[in-house]
Design a binder for this molecule. Structure first.
Ligand SMILES: [Zn+2]
Ligand SMILES: [Zn+2]
Length: 279
């Protein structure tokens, strides 16, 4: 049997909380902690993908108040640290902001990424997974919000800016604490899956949802199943922000992958991807 090839590409070296300055977490000692956790979990391919909103360059793209509060670090310094002082793959979690495609492209092309992760965390100014700007406060129905989320995800994939689409049903983040749509959810997934196929992007299987109020992986098994039928490729990630979460819940993910016949995972280098057997 070949050696299992596990990846964890959607990893943040520092937590989201205030007081987690760049200099405290972009250190070789911190990288060593993440690397040790990865080894423990049998993960050979480890990459980091800090949030774009942590960097001053984010404000060239968007001026959301949450970004203005957080965008203080130097993107070039981050890239230089990862390339120069670690053996990690270099990624970025780049939000999709509709209408700002050119600005996003301008920021991306200034650095040499191994991969770019595309995320939809906001609908307009409303946040999907951050209480302070909660999109659900606007009083819209589950049907409306879910439809808009997946439509935005489809536009994001079609933009050609991204290698892999992150946590592809993040709209469910709060679980039943927020309005939940009626019936078969596949009607929402369809336009996104179609756009993924057209754009040739990979789909992230993220165990982060297991630690969130919804208590299940992103995306749902039904979504993954549709992606399998459509011939899409997958990457596997934990969205860890602390070492203990590296590879978190991977036994749940690999069991599901096994059930759905997913036996290869994406490996990224210099924005090119290849597939490696899971083992
Ligand atoms: Zn995210
Ligand atoms: Zn993330």
């Amino acid at each position: 049997m070949p050696t299992p090839m596990l990846t964890d590409y959607h990893v943040h070296l520092r937590p989201d909380e205030p007081g987690t300055e760049f200099g405290k977490f972009m250190t070789t000692a911190n990288v060593d902690r993440f690397r040790a956790a990865a080894e423990e979990a049998g993960i050979a391919e480890l990459g980091v993908s800090e949030h774009i909103h942590r960097f001053a360059d984010a404000l060239r793209i968007w001026d959301h108040p949450f970004w203005k509060e957080n965008a203080v670090d130097d993107l070039g310094e981050y890239c230089a640290f990862v390339r120069g002082e670690s053996d990690l793959r270099l990624g970025i979690e780049m939000d999709f902001v509709p209408g700002r495609e050119d600005r996003i492209a301008n920021v991306l092309e200034e650095h040499e990424w191994d991969y770019v992760i595309g995320s939809v965390h906001f609908l307009g100014h409303g946040a999907l997974d951050w209480e302070e700007y909660d999109v659900w406060r606007e009083g819209r129905s589950a049907e409306q919000i879910w439809k808009e989320y997946f439509a935005t995800l489809a536009v994001a994939a079609s933009s050609g800016l991204y290698d892999v689409m992150a946590h592809p049903d993040l709209v469910k983040h709060w679980g039943r604490d927020r309005p939940w749509p009626e019936g078969d959810l596949r009607r929402f997934y369809e336009p996104a899956v179609e756009a993924f196929v057209e754009a040739g992007v990979a789909v992230e299987i993220s165990t982060a949802g297991l630690r969130k109020p919804v208590g299940e992986m992103y995306p749902s098994p039904a979504f993954i199943d549709m992606c399998v039928d459509a011939g899409l490729d997958f990457s596997l990630s934990s969205d860890a922000h602390v070492p203990i979460h590296v590879g978190h819940g991977f036994e749940v993910a690999t069991a599901l992958m096994n059930d759905l016949g997913i036996d290869r995972l994406c490996v990224f280098e210099g924005r090119k991807r290849r597939l490696e057997p899971v083992g």
